[in-house]
Design a protein around this ligand. Structure first.
Ligand SMILES: [Zn+2]
Length: 71
């Protein structure tokens, strides 16, 4: 599955299926009673040719109910 990431070095969007979760993600409850994912996702950046580390919150994930604005 391809996901969209934003390169932290160049601040540019890229989509890749070369991403993985080095440690398992855990769903934690926040103070409002909502659930959020906690953990790290690594994705291969075509601009830098390296893997960047992302928080799940930083990824406009199609699995989430709310999507950030399409560019
Ligand atoms: Zn990059």
């Amino acid at each position: 599955m391809e996901l969209i990431f934003i390169c932290p070095a160049r601040n540019r969007e890229f989509s890749t299926s070369r991403w993985w979760i080095p440690h398992s993600l855990t769903a934690v409850s926040d103070r409002k009673g909502g659930k959020r994912l906690q953990g790290k996702v690594e994705a291969f950046c075509p601009y830098c040719n390296v893997f960047h580390e992302f928080e799940p919150d930083q990824i406009p994930c199609p699995l989430k109910s709310e999507r950030s604005t399409e560019v």
